[in-house]
Structures are given as C-alpha cells and as structure tokens.
Design a binder for this molecule. Sequence first.
Ligand code: DGL
Length: 280
Amino acid sequence: MNSLPIGIFDSGVGGLTVLRELRRLLPAEHLIYLGDTARVPYGNKSHATVTRYALEDVQFLLSRGVKMIVIACNTASAIAAPTLREQFPDIPILGMIGPGSRAAHAATRNGKIGVIATAGTIGSGAYEARIRATFAASGGAPVEIHGQACPLFVPLVEEGETDSAITRLVAEKYLAHLREAGIDALVLGCTHYPLLKKVIAETMGPGVTLVDSAGAAAAETAALLESRSLLHPDGDRTPPHIGLNHFYVTDAAARFHGIAESFLGHRVERLDLAELGPGL
Ligand code: DGL
C-alpha cells in the first residue's frame, strides 16, 4: 500500500505547481498526474459540470491504483470536494481550500485577508467559509475577507506573459482595491498564480504576504500520509529513492509538454506522458 502512487488532478497544466511542491517535499513518492486539457478551463463552468468532470478525474486516478488523491485544481476543490469525499469515502482526498485557508490564518497579523482565484472559486464562497471557520476554531479573532476573481490571469500565464507590461496592468486592475483595503495576506487561490508571484508582490507592496496554496497543500499531503502511516517506505533512505512521475492528459500532449517546464520550474528532458480521450 505505502509504495502506491499519489494521484493528482487538475483542469490542465496548472496543477504542476502542486506536483512541483510535492516532488520537492516527498522525493520517494510515485506521482500520477492527470491534466484534463480537453475540458480546461474549469474556472468559468457551472457547479454541475465541474463536479461531473472531477468525478471522472478521480475515477481515472483510482483505476491506476493510487493511495490518495490531491485535488490540485482550486476550482474543483472549491466546488466538488464534498461530493468527491462522499462518493469515495475509502480514500484520503485533499483539496486546496483547507491548506490555503490555514496558511492564510497563520500569515495574517491584522486579520485582513485577500483571496484571488477563478470566478468559480470566488463565486463558491469556499475560501471565505473555510477561513472564517479556521478563525472561529482558533479563538474567534475578527477577520475581514476580500475576494477577487481574476479571470485574465490564467490565459496570461499560459501565454507566457508572467512578467510583462500587460500583466502589470491587469494586476493593477484586479488588485488595487485589495491594496487599498489594507490586507496583509493574499491567498493565491489558483494553480496558475504562483507563476505571477513577482508581479503580484510588486503590485501589492512589501507589507503583504503572498500565501501559496500549492505549497500549503503539499505540506499537508506529507502530514496526512505520515499520520496514516502511508509514506513510501524508501523515504527514510539517504538519499531517498526518487519516485516516478507519470503524466496523463485528455488532449494536446505536445502543448502540455511545451508549457510544463515553466510550471515545474526546471527543464524536463523527458515527460512520461500519455494522451487519453476527453471523458477519459
Ligand atoms: N486550475 C484552475 C484553478 O486552480 C485554473 C484553471 C481553470 O480555470 O481551469 O482554479
């Protein structure tokens, strides 16, 4: 059981920011990544559609024999996580909302928190509810939450516009009122936003901590596996055995390979990549 892979899914390439953090923290684990590139984006689709896609994504990963599921997509986490946990009660399922919310609670000093994400994630209210619950559970300090959908960020990142004049302009449009509201922590509630950290940090100014939900989710994955005695047995070796990465996409494998490097943050000589049909 312990040497089985961790299954990770996202609407497309973005979840590679989560895979990158998992690989860094858990070098011995085998990782299976599913990117639903045929049906991306999830961020502007209805709850019913996102939930149906997410159910199919999990079913695919379970068919590969995984020991746990990480929902690397914030939109799928916000909308479909409760249904997934209900439908698949026997497997641990970790989404992005809990880890991101707990990291925001730890990061803020003044209790004013911004959340940026897709329209679907912001519209669901999932981050807001979880952040409020986290504050309530740890003493009930007052909290003020400012949500902002940033739909243009995803295509800008996918077109490689991570540090350009147009991206700075868009960032100013989305973020100015969060800056003016005096937030001191900003949750990057979408897979693509860690790639915009530089522009977002410069737009917000030095007093604002950026909360990377990808890093927080990877840390909680490690903690969850450890608490259930599910870590790969070779993790104790020095140096640890290096786990395998397997990538599956539902469309356009060549394009996926092309932008995977920017999301993974390093050159990829060979991507072990298989293409499935839409609907898997
Ligand atoms: N992966 C999505 C998220 O984190 C962003 C891309 C999409 O809209 O599908 O919300």
